[in-house]
Design a protein around this ligand. Structure first.
Ligand code: UDP
Ligand code: MG
Length: 321
């Protein structure tokens, strides 16, 4: 019987310190898995360091390793999409190239696949090496997301580390939107899904590419590319504000009719109310702007990425030996 092919897909942006260790670790591990051939597909996301030349060197010694270099830095989400477009495996495992995603659970993930699951998410049981604020904001994000995304339930603490079956990959590839939030999209496509826990390691070497600014942007991206619920919050907030205004008017009228001595030309209350509603309007103008911007970007319908270079022996149709 023909062996099945396992593809390991990892995006790499300036990972010169770790990429070689990553490839050898994964290669050693995959070679031991019985019943599967394997390929390692590294998407070099426009690295400006030596990542590409290191990849060029190591793929010469190991025919299981290929890489695809994008024409510039497109960001993690697009790099993952490019990886899925190029992976040929019957099953694809997505992971980060910095060895934070513990490779030793790969056989366990494959076992779940063999039980009949299409998507096996690796759930982080610990988040070592991350600051309190990062953990806290991550938790808050999951709460807000699941409260607003309707039928799409996103599991908590699942990052990009997951196994995806061929048919799930094919479905994912049909989603070509510009604003992408892969972990949400994997929930959206459906298919039998399960998760296994792992303790996330601290980075093996190198630095994280995410700071708070990129993380806040990422959270807004995730939310708005998924749900129009924030637009509805505007309606709810508007209803609440009107309710408040009616009650306040009744109160003022009551003071007028009872000749309340406290009734003064109310400068301070006016100012507060104006400020309040002024800011509310501005906030939601911003929210509407977010969506308008996204409509603008999506209608351009640009290709998601361009490829600068394939690894020398890359053959889109050939399975590695
Ligand atoms: N990455 C990428 N393009 C980017 C930023 C990051 O391909 O613009 C890759 C990076 O090389 C790594 C993975 O995405 O393999 C996760 O990035 P990182 O480790 O910096 O994120 P963290 O683990 O801190 O959330
Ligand atoms: Mg990392």
């Amino acid at each position: 019987m023909d062996k099945k092919l396992l593809s390991i897909v990892a995006p790499a942006y300036n990972e010169e310190e770790v990429i070689e260790t990553f490839c050898t670790t994964i290669s050693d591990l995959c070679a031991k898995i019985t019943g599967y051939d394997y390929e390692i597909v590294i998407i070099n996301d426009g690295s400006s360091d030596k990542t590409e030349s290191i990849m060029h060197r190591i793929q010469q010694d190991n025919s299981h390793i290929t890489y695809v270099s994008l024409s510039r830095n497109f960001g993690h989400e697009i790099a993952v999409t490019a990886g899925l477009d190029h992976a040929k495996g019957d099953i694809v495992i997505l992971m980060d190239a910095d060895l934070q995603d513990t490779p030793s659970i790969i056989p366990e993930m494959i076992a779940k696949y063999e039980e009949g699951y299409d998507i096996v998410n690796a759930k982080r049981s610990t988040r070592d090496g991350e600051t309190f604020l990062k953990k806290f904001t991550a938790k808050a994000f999951y709460k807000v997301f699941s409260a607003s995304s309707g039928k799409v339930k996103m599991p908590e603490n699942v990052g990009n580390y997951r196994l995806v079956s061929r048919r799930a990959v094919e479905s994912f590839k049909e989603l070509r939107e510009t604003h992408r939030f892969a972990r949400g999209l994997f929930c959206w496509i459906g298919f039998p899904t399960t998760e296994i826990e792992f303790a996330r390691e601290a980075r093996f070497a190198g630095k994280t590419k995410y700071n708070y600014k990129t993380m806040i942007n990422y959270a807004i991206e995730g939310l708005t590319s998924f749900t129009v619920a924030p637009l509805r919050w505007a309606t709810y907030a508007g209803c609440l504000a009107i309710l408040f205004a009616i009650c306040y008017t009744i109160y003022v009228l009551f003071m007028v009719f009872t000749n309340d001595p406290n009734l003064q030309p109310g400068w301070s209350s006016m100012t507060i109310i104006m400020l309040f509603f002024g800011s509310l309007q501005l906030i939601f103008l911003g929210v509407i702007g977010e969506y308008l911007g996204r409509i603008f970007n999506e209608t351009k319908n640009r290709p998601l990425y361009f490829i600068k270079e394939y690894s020398p022996y890359y053959n889109p149709n050939k399975k590695p030996q």
